[in-house]
Design a protein around this ligand. Structure first.
Ligand SMILES: Nc1ncnc2c1ncn2[C@@H]1O[C@H](COP(=O)(O)OP(=O)(O)O)[C@@H](O)[C@H]1O
Ligand SMILES: C=C(OP(=O)(O)O)C(=O)O
Ligand SMILES: [Mn+2]
Length: 532
């Protein structure tokens, strides 16, 4: 049986997927919740949220992600960063997955990736779990109902958590698999219920496709000044660095919290919703995000709650520190209706420095910005990837290595050209540790980060007195209204200045060793500002 609205020429059978039980096309939120409840996928929460747990996988599994090595992508994929899967193994995987799906009920959502119609990707997401359908419907952009009859998918994602892959047969590593085939225009996801794999798969597609059109895909959040999209800021950062938290600024219009493109026309959100971490979410510090945890259809993932009252426990991380809520953008009152912004006036690179060495904010020259973009120094925070239980320093190029199918220089070159053309001002912001490394110091107060960002975005920080950092070469403001001077100089926040110097020297060495891989791929101006 088939239910719901769909292009009559684009049913799953037309795509070679047959033998399923009921197929539910493009159900809206109430119907998806009814199905999810009757299938016992989760529970209703306060305000009509949907509460789920995801079992073994509560974060992404980057080591189980593969790109199929087809001739058309052979020369363009960055194979050192993307594990290859042979086409024959993919074909077997697909056949076995579809055979496994036989007789089962499935949910299909036809959605857009990209707020700019000239660069958007039409994505069909087929899910075994009704709540995954609800999740991806929140996260991507929803076509108007009457657009569905003409919807032709550019790419199709099939997500079947109950399917267990077999490394011997499918060329993968475990029973979990995320396999991207650019030629077959298909992504297969099996063996994981963590919802984030769905959205990051679409991101990976756009990261591959857009550079060919001269569009820079960015792992960043974005906002703009009220009534003035020309004053746009983007916030690059790996998971847990503060993209979602810091872009939800009551004084600015939220464009999006995670994935954007920068085209010749300006910035555009790839998505139509947000996926916020809820650990220790505080109603005073983050009222807008907190409010979404009590609204109809918000998906609440891996949060512990009182079985009687359904009250959420924001401190209980016994399921994972990576507990989340997913909601459409319009649940944030000051969100952009269009998902479009201008050319970024300010580019912020967020780093979560677990060493407590980097200052809370520094100004970067364009060459330094390129250096830090390619380096991508930060920490992986607990829970976001399988096996990470405490902040783990890492260099994640482009602040999003797990999602970059092409070589970093491809993205670096695009960013460099766009910064030069539009004269963006660049900043490095440490949202990680201060007063010592992880274990002795403390996390940077959100209030201080917000104050510094406001000063950067309103232009006042450019007027502040500065010092040039002797280890890293960037400019650091020494006095900013609303922030204690001492916080601006990390060395002074440590009890033992000599210990700071040793830790800083270690970090300088790490930067230098990591950057060696770009020798021969970078311009002289970037080499000239290299650290160490
Ligand atoms: N100074 C700070 N700036 C930003 N976030 C902070 C800061 N200190 C602590 N946090 C916490 O760190 C987490 C940042 O996560 P999030 O904004 O979801 O990151 P991302 O969207 O980049 O994955 C949130 O839980 C936030 O409350
Ligand atoms: C969804 C994710 O992104 P982020 O933490 O950057 O929001 C993720 O890394 O799984
Ligand atoms: Mn986020």
């Amino acid at each position: 049986m088939t239910t719901g609205r769909v292009n009559p020429t684009q049913r799953l059978e037309d795509q070679g997927v047959s033998g399923l039980g009921n197929v539910y096309y493009n159900l809206t939120e109430p119907d998806l919740i009814e199905h999810a409840l009757s299938r016992k996928e989760g529970a209703l929460g306060q305000g009509g949220t949907f509460l789920v747990t995801t079992g073994k996988h509560t974060g992404r599994s980057p080591k189980d992600k593969f790109v199929v090595r087809t001739p058309s992508v052979e020369d363009t994929i960055w194979w050192d960063n993307n594990a290859p899967m042979e086409p024959a193994a993919f074909d077997t995987l697909k056949a076995d997955m579809i055979a496994h799906m036989a007789g089962g009920d499935y949910f299909v959502q036809d959605l857009f990736g990209g707020a700019d119609p000239s660069h958007r990707l039409d994505v069909r997401v087929v899910t075994e779990l009704a709540w995954h359908g609800l999740f991806i419907r929140h996260l991507l952009r929803r076509p108007e109902r009457d657009e569905l009859e003409g919807f032709v998918p550019d790419f199709t994602i099939i997500n079947c958590p109950s399917f267990k892959a077999d490394p011997a047969k499918h060329g993968c590593r475990s029973d979990t698999v995320i396999a991207i085939n650019f030629d077959a225009k298909t992504i297969l996801i099996g063996g994981t219920e963590y919802a984030g794999e769905n959205k990051k798969s679409v991101f990976t597609l756009l990261n591959y496709l857009l550079p060919e059109k001269g569009v820079m895909p960015m792992h960043c959040s974005a906002n703009h000044a009220p009534g003035n999209p020309v004053d746009t800021a983007v916030f690059f950062g790996l998971s847990g660095t503060g993209k979602t938290t810091l872009s939800a600024d009551p004084a600015r219009i939220l464009i999006g919290d995670d994935e954007h493109g920068w085209s010749e026309r300006g910035t555009f959100n790839f998505e139509g919703g947000c996926y916020a971490k809820t650990i220790s979410l505080n109603p005073e510090a983050e009222p807008e995000i907190y409010a979404t945890t009590k609204r109809f259809a918000t998906v609440i993932e891996n949060m512990v709650y009182d079985p009687e009252t359904h009250e959420l426990d924001f401190e209980d991380d016994s399921l994972t520190a990576n507990m989340r809520c997913a909601y459409p953008l319009d649940y944030i009152s000051n969100a952009s209706a269009t998902g479009l912004g201008g050319h970024p006036k300010n580019i912020i690179m967020l780093t979560c420095d677990a060493f407590g060495v980097l200052p809370p904010i520094a100004r970067l020259s364009p060459a330094q910005a390129m250096y830090h973009f390619l380096s991508g120094f930060t920490s992986k925070v607990a829970g976001t990837e399988r096996g990470v239980t405490e902040p783990e320093p890492t260099f994640s190029t482009c602040f999003g290595a797990p999602f970059m199918p092409r070589r970093p220089e491809v993205y670096g070159e695009l960013l460099k050209q766009k910064i030069a053309k539009h004269g963006a001002t660049c900043w490095l912001v440490n949202t990680g540790w201060t007063g010592g490394a992880y274990g002795t110091g403390s996390r940077m107060p959100i209030k201080a980060t917000r104050t510094l960002l406001s000063a950067a975005l309103d232009g006042s920080l450019a007027q502040a007195p500065i010092r040039k950092d002797k280890n890293f070469g960037f400019e650091v403001p020494t006095t900013v209204k609303g922030v204690p001077d001492i916080l601006l100089d990390p060395r002074r926040t440590w009890d033992d200045a000599a210990a700071y110097d040793r830790q800083a020297a270690k970090l300088v060495q790490m930067f230098s060793e990591n950057f060696a891989q770009y020798e021969g791929h970078i311009d002289d101006d970037v080499r000239a500002v290299a650290i160490g």
